[in-house]
Design a protein around this ligand. Sequence first.
Ligand code: CTP
Length: 409
Amino acid sequence: MTSVARSKSLNIVLGVSGGIAAYKVASILRLLTEAGHNVQVVPTQAALNFVGSATWEALSGNPLISEVWDDVADVPHVRIGQSADLVLVAPATADLLSRAANGAANDLLTNVLLTATCPIVYAPAMHTEMWLNAATQENVATLRSRGCIVIDPAEGRLTGDDSGPGRLPDPEEIVSVAMGVLSEQDLLGLDIVITAGGTREFLDPVRFLGNSSSGKQGVALAVTARDRGAKVTLICANISVPLPAGVTVVSAVTGDDVHAAVMQASQAADVIVMAAAIADYKPKVTQNSKMKKSDDGSSPTIELVRTVDILADLVSHRNTSHPDQVIVGFAAETGDDRGSVLDHGIAKLQRKGCDLLVINEVGPNLAFGTDDNEVTILTREPATQTKVSKTSKNQIAQAIWDAVSAIRH
Ligand code: CTP
């Protein structure tokens, strides 16, 4: 592992201001401590009306400090900010954003924000009107102009019946953005296109030939590339996992949709990763209306035709118009009497002409839809093999980006 955030235990200050979304921040705290970080929670007095000190102390394992007058001999209003590797404020209310933008120092959390020299990430949550108000938007712009990260709130149901932008994004999303701020930015400025999920080829309006790819690995690639500084376009074919923030999403259903979207996005791409499971065949004819069973009990014969090999098309375009482009293929393989999974992978890398091939063994409970995976990453020039033992799809994604970075250098 190469980046600080992926390997080291960090001192993180979790600032909590007084909004109802404070209850969701207990999950953020859990995610951070489970990742091995030391978290000091600094709630405002208003935040303690929503979630009490016992919750923060129990989940962080640290005594709570919420007032400048707590533990004065230790000078907490200076020490906490100075020793932090990261300050994350969630939820950041309109009032907290205003005080932070104006450099107020009227409680412990704002003192910490003034003394911190590390990255500061705000995750605002409030009613839509408050978020869209010009005063709040100006405060957000001010904080961003000073180098702070302000995550856009999610859209959806708010405290009452109303809905709109203002919801606190999912805890996983906030943690991912916050940790991404500390990640090594070795993909900074790269334009990366990733396909995810599995295509569907329709027999009629309701039936299709498809596969059980969930899109988890493609989404993990998108999130980790974003965190390492890339500008990501994620082409999603029928994925069953939530879409990540901070990437451009293009929806696709069939192989032809993916093909069109990839060829367009690939014009400017530095790296393209074909993580989607693309059907090799499609019905020659798609019926306009639902196919009925025949009266005589006979079974239909469905004629299939080959789909476009998108990876091959990318490779041939790369050769003529974008020689530096790095193209990554995936190979879902099973061993058989003609060779092992690795043998088939090595042959496929040569046949496909891509720069890197990620081989994973597929079968019942292997790879598709699972949270963990085990892969071998092959590169063509120079020819290397890197085995990544069973680990999370995020860690697999990090290993793939490490290999892409190595090829580019
Ligand atoms: N792929 C593609 N277009 C297709 C089929 C596959 O771009 N019509 C891409 C996949 O996204 C993957 C790679 O090719 O990155 C390998 O896919 P795989 O199904 O393992 O290989 P195939 O080329 O279909 O070969 P085979 O099924 O014969 O092993």
